[in-house]
Structure formats: C-alpha cells, structure tokens
Write a protein that binds this ligand. Structure first.
Ligand code: XBP
Ligand code: MG
Length: 249
C-alpha cells in the first residue's frame, strides 16, 4: 500500500504548545478577566485528559469555588475566557515563542518534495492553528496542507475518530495510505479508531506513557531510536511493515 499522506496532530506534535503556550495564555486570560484561579504546569497536565480548551474550562470551572453559581453566567464566562485565551495564544505564537519541534520542518519539506500530501487533524481552534502556522511558515503556511481539520470541523473531539475521518475524506485517501503523527493517548486512540497507522513523538506532558497500538514511538523526529532522523524512507519502511501485515500493532 503506497504512502500517500502524513496527517499531523498540532499541539504537542508540531510544537510544544501546551505547557508554554495554551497554559500560559489561559493564565493570562484568567488574570485579565479577574478570575482568581490559575493553572499550574501539573494541574494543566491533569486537565489535558480532556481534549478541547473550552471543554477543559467547563470541566474545571465546576470545581472552582469562586466561579459563578448561575449556569448561564458560567457559560458566558467560559466563552469569554476561551476567546481571550486564544487572543493571548496568538500573541505568544506571533512573538515566535512557540518553536516547531525537532525535525518537523525538515520532514514537512521532505514529504512535499516526494509528493506526499500533508494533512492536519487537531482539536485546537482554527484561530490557534493559523497563529502557529503563520508564525512558523509565514503567511502561506496553511497552503502547504491539502486538508486542515480543526476543532470547528470535527466537534466530537479526540479520542473520537471524527477529526481523522474528516481529514481522510478531504484528502480522498484510505486510512491505510496515511501515517498519523501524534503525541497523546487520546490522539493515538482517535487515529487508530480511524484505521490510520500512527507514529508517536514523545511530548512534554505525555512522553512518559506507553503507546500500545502505535506503529512506532520516538523521542522526536530527529531521532528514530537509532540516532538517525525520521525521514521519508524510515516512514515508508514502518508503513510497509504495518500495511503488508508483517507487523501487528
Ligand atoms: C490539543 C488540544 C487543544 C489545545 C487547546 O489538540 O486538546 O484543545 O489544548 O486548544 P491536539 P483550544 O493535540 O489535537 O492538536 O483551546 O483551541 O481547544
Ligand atoms: Mg496533541
């Protein structure tokens, strides 16, 4: 089965956006809007069990003693906090403070040179994706991807497979013709449920975990485990193993 596309997760995979991006932006939004709580690195790691910043806020606000008691007031506060967070995140990204992870830029270039399609499958909001792509690749960054699927396009979030199913549909390919590149258990579950062989790159929050069902697991894309970069040849060899049935994963 030929490898036709790489489908990229964003947060934790393209860049370490969670600890030093979204979390910092959430705390800036909390301060700007006068709410009393802050999310520590540890607390945010617990909240990452929930995909979706808005969903994370809803979960946490129910446990905040100083949050409004009225449900409608909470909903208004959640919406306002999430919008403010996204503005703050875009500023952080535009300031160049969220760098691409090792090997990401090289592998994107290699895939394009070999005519392999690029997709994105993320639960983050489109505004956040655009901010990161603009900061990383300039104004035309989004145009590199044949399919960009964000939280708005797939409202049922990871680990549900919807985001990958929508991305495959827009790419016009079978799941077995792609490789997903992910960093989290929810992301792996989502890609596997859509039938996509998945490479895990270990990220700050999830790097200590095991990833049963992954096609392969590496520290990052500049080290395939043998100290060599993960390049298109390496991806094709892993892909051949799993799609030609020589490896069960
Ligand atoms: C990670 C997420 C996102 C971000 C925050 O997405 O779960 O919710 O944490 O972004 P992925 P939003 O790893 O799938 O890229 O606030 O826009 O949700
Ligand atoms: Mg991720």
């Amino acid at each position: 089965m030929a490898l036709k596309a790489l489908i990229w997760d964003v947060d934790g995979t393209l860049a370490e956006t969670e600890r030093d991006g979204h979390r910092v932006a959430f705390n800036q939004a909390f301060e700007a809007m006068g709410v009393s709580w802050r999310w520590s690195v540890e607390r945010y790691g617990q909240l990452l069990e929930i995909n979706g910043g808005r969903e994370r806020l809803i979960h946490d606000i129910e446990r905040q003693p100083t949050a409004p008691a009225d449900a409608a007031a909470r909903e208004r506060l959640v919406r306002a906090l999430h919008e403010e967070k996204n503005r703050r995140y875009a500023t952080l990204a535009a300031a160049g403070s969220i760098a691409l992870r090792p090997g990401v830029r090289r592998l994107l270039d290699e895939a394009e040179e070999e005519g392999v399609l690029l997709g994105i499958a993320t639960t983050t909001s489109r505004v956040n994706l655009d901010a990161l792509l603009r900061a990383s690749f300039g104004g035309s960054g989004a145009a590199r991807f044949a399919a960009l699927v964000c939280g708005e396009d797939a409202p049922v979030k990871k680990p549900n497979p919807m985001v990958y199913e929508v991305c495959l549909q827009r790419l016009g390919i079978d799941p077995e013709s792609a490789i997903a590149i992910e960093d989290s258990p929810n992301g792996l579950r989502s890609a596997r449920a859509a039938g996509v062989p998945t490479l895990i790159t270990r990220s700050a929050y999830f790097g200590h975990l095991d990833f049963p069902g992954a096609m392969a697991t590496v520290e990052h894309l500049d080290d395939d485990g043998d100290g060599a970069p993960v390049d298109m040849a390496r991806l094709r060899s892993w892909h051949d193993e799993v799609t030609q049935g020589t490896t069960v994963f």
